[in-house]
Design a protein around this ligand. Structure first.
Ligand code: SF4
Length: 469
């Protein structure tokens, strides 16, 4: 049984309302546990001997439906799985899909190091965050255990990113594990043929392990066997087939497993799922076509339950859609993406620079900021606190008002007389109806800008500086 209401959780808490967790009541803390914005460990009294039993019970009652599995160690460790719902709007999805990019043990050392550096150095700035790649999957292409161990060691010396060690040969996996035994890599994979030896490795090295079988009965039976052996950090790979009916079968299996884990409470298969979109390279000879279909598969399985993936193409046209769709799917639908409200400088504004108003919806703010900085327009941007809502909706909903605009400048200590020679501000075109109110409340001259920030440079040519009253 899993608890899902604050009242149910409250029964297990100390109920003293001591405030040590930072919440004023135990009930408020219970709500934060349910939405996973706080952890049990944030309640110090619960960690004492007196409440040890309640702590243990609550820990199991609050455990996510899909087991959370950790790969790697320390600050570089990555968590996968941990979800409670089938659809993100029912709560949110946790632990964004982890993207592992492959290297082979037959690559010349310089090429191997260059590819690993490319994986670890990829960064794309998007609405206030950097989108990154997560792991390196070292594949045994040579079939030679010692060659594999050398490649694994080189990769681990080059990057702190967690590793996936890929081979169906237990001797090869063992050689790789010896090279990185304290780094908690994921081993790929146990199958119907090698499962006994791979299970021994998972136990000996205490590492998470992928179970592979496109036959769901076999996959379930492998999982049950591993659980009975005491191996609980499992990842399931039900096979990724890139074309036709086999692709449909792949998609159906992902959905079937996740439904069984979440809706039907089948704990024996409630584990993170692995997709291998790079299998497109097995069926398409032409690299651009293979990369294109790899990205399609990565997108499909980011949306439908792939918790971790092995990919190949590092071309920008493959990486950008992959990291963007992941960011979109794993944005928490309960909270708009927002920036801190305030008044910010773009470039080096002087007294004759414009002052431009927008909202603190992150997508709007960074779009405006990027349009201004890429056009080298030195100015101030005021991000008004609209609870993270965009301009048009915030005007309609009453979050973008003359009072809030004035408050933004007041709180930032922005004095128009001191900072500007024009005493004017520019409202977004979509908030034109606020012009009179803002003039009345602030006493400033208010100009109406274009409806989207991409047109600001053209607007500036015609309308800036403001004409004297
Ligand atoms: S620290 Fe624990 S006991 Fe104290 S208020 Fe928070 S939840 Fe209640």
């Amino acid at each position: 049984m899993k608890v899902n209401s604050p009242l149910q959780v409250y029964k297990y808490l100390p109920q003293t309302n001591c405030g040590e967790c930072g919440e004023t009541t135990c009930m408020a803390f219970a709500s934060r546990l349910i939405d996973r914005s706080m952890k049990l460990e944030d309640c110090p009294p619960l960690l004492t001997d007196e409440f040890k039993e309640k702590y243990m019970e609550l820990e199991s009652l609050l455990a996510p439906e899909i087991r959370e599995v950790i790969i790697g160690t320390g600050e570089h460790a990555k968590a996968i799985g941990g979800d409670d719902v089938l659809y993100r709007h029912q709560l949110t999805f946790f632990n964004p899909t982890k993207f592992a990019y492959d290297v082979g043990d037959t690559m010349p050392e310089a090429e191997l190091v260059e590819r690993v550096n490319k994986i670890q150095n990829f960064r794309k700035f998007y609405v206030g965050n950097f989108l990154n790649l997560d792991m390196v999957a070292v594949r045994c292409v040579s079939g030679d255990a010692s060659k594999f161990a050398v490649a694994v060691k080189k990769v681990s010396e080059t990057t702190e990113l967690p590793l996936i060690l890929c081979s169906f040969d237990p001797a090869v996996l063992k050689a790789g594990l010896e090279a990185v035994k304290d780094k908690n890599p994921l081993i790929y994979a146990a199958t119907g043929d090698n499962w006994g030896d791979v299970a021994e490795l998972a136990l000996e090295y205490k590492v998470p392990v992928v179970l592979f079988s496109p036959d769901l009965d076999k996959l379930r039976s492998l999982a049950v066997t591993f659980i009975e052996m005491g191996i609980k950090d499992l990842v399931l790979d039900p096979g990724t087939y890139p074309q036709g009916n086999q692709l449909k079968g792949t998609f159906d299996r992902f959905i079937q497993i996740r439904r069984a884990g979440i809706k039907e409470g089948q704990k024996e298969i409630a584990f993170p799922l692995m997709a291998v979109p790079m299998n497109t390279y097995l069926v398409y000879d032409e690299p651009v076509t293979a990369s294109y279909w790899e990205t399609v598969l990565a997108s499909v399985f980011t949306v439908r339950y792939g918790d971790i993936m092995i990919l190949h193409s590092l071309e920008p046209y493959a990486l950008l859609p992959e990291v963007h769709i992941r960011d979109t799917i794993y944005t928490d639908p309960r909270t708009p993406v927002k920036v801190e409200p305030g008044v910010f400088e773009v470039g080096a504004p002087a007294k004759d620079s414009p002052v431009i108003v927008t909202t603190n919806f992150a997508l709007t703010y960074y779009t405006v900021e990027s349009d201004l900085s890429s056009n080298k327009i030195d100015c101030y941007i005021a991000a008004v606190d609209t609870d993270g809502i965009g301009v048009e909706a915030a005007v309609a909903g009453g979050q973008l008002t003359a009072a809030r605009i004035k408050e933004t400048f007041d709180k930032a200590g922005f004095d128009f007389a001191e900072k500007t020679s024009h005493g004017a501000l520019i409202l977004p075109g979509l908030s034109a109806r606020l012009q009179g109110d803002v003039e009345d409340v602030t006493g400033l001259k208010v100009l109406i800008g274009p409806p989207d920030s991409g047109r600001i440079p053209g607007w500036m040519e015609k309308s800036w500086p403001p004409k004297a009253k």
